[in-house]
Design a protein around this ligand. Structure first.
Ligand code: ZN
Length: 56
C-alpha cells in the first residue's frame, strides 16, 4: 500500500513526513499529492522553465 507523504509548508523548504503533524513545528500537515513538483526532482521546475523557453 502506498503511504501518504504529507507536507508542511510553514518552512523555507517544505518538510515531508508520514505523520499528520509536522515533526518540526507540530502544525498539521497536508497531503503532498497535489504538490506541483516532484520532491525527488528539486530541479524539475527549473528544467521545465528552460523547456518552455526553448519552445518560444
Ligand atoms: Zn512545520
Amino acid at each position: 500500500m502506498h503511504a501518504d507523504i504529507r507536507i508542511c509548508r510553514a518552512h523555507d523548504r517544505p518538510v515531508y513526513t508520514l505523520s499528520d503533524v509536522c515533526p518540526k513545528c507540530d502544525e498539521p500537515t497536508a497531503n503532498s499529492a497535489p504538490a506541483p513538483f516532484d520532491p525527488d526532482d528539486p530541479y524539475g521546475e527549473y528544467r521545465r522553465k528552460l523547456k518552455r523557453r526553448e519552445r518560444e
